[in-house]
Write a new protein. Structure first.
Length: 87
């Protein structure tokens, strides 16, 4: 029984010592994101984050956002003909 107690204490200490501090940063419209509604995030081979939002796609380099707007869709999800003519 004593061995089991020592093993549990050692494993607990090992887990606590190996735990890393994880820091989360929250980004929103105030920080440059085009929308607070995010559908997905992908990291490319250069380390840039591409973020799909309701307003389009945003590129994040770790410091700044670059926004890429998408053409407006009609209610049924089809591109608006007038929007395509203006492009």
């Amino acid at each position: 029984m004593k061995r089991l107690s020592v093993l549990v204490v050692l494993l607990t200490n090992l887990l606590l010592l190996s735990a890393e501090d994880v820091v989360f940063q929250r980004y929103g419209i105030d920080e440059g994101l085009s929308s607070n509604v995010v559908f997905g995030i992908v990291e490319d081979k250069n380390g840039l984050l591409w973020i799909a939002t309701t307003e389009g796609v945003d590129k994040f380099d770790g410091l700044n956002f670059k926004q890429y707007s998408l053409p407006q869709l009609t209610m049924d999800g089809v591109l608006d003909y007038n929007e395509l003519q203006d492009a």
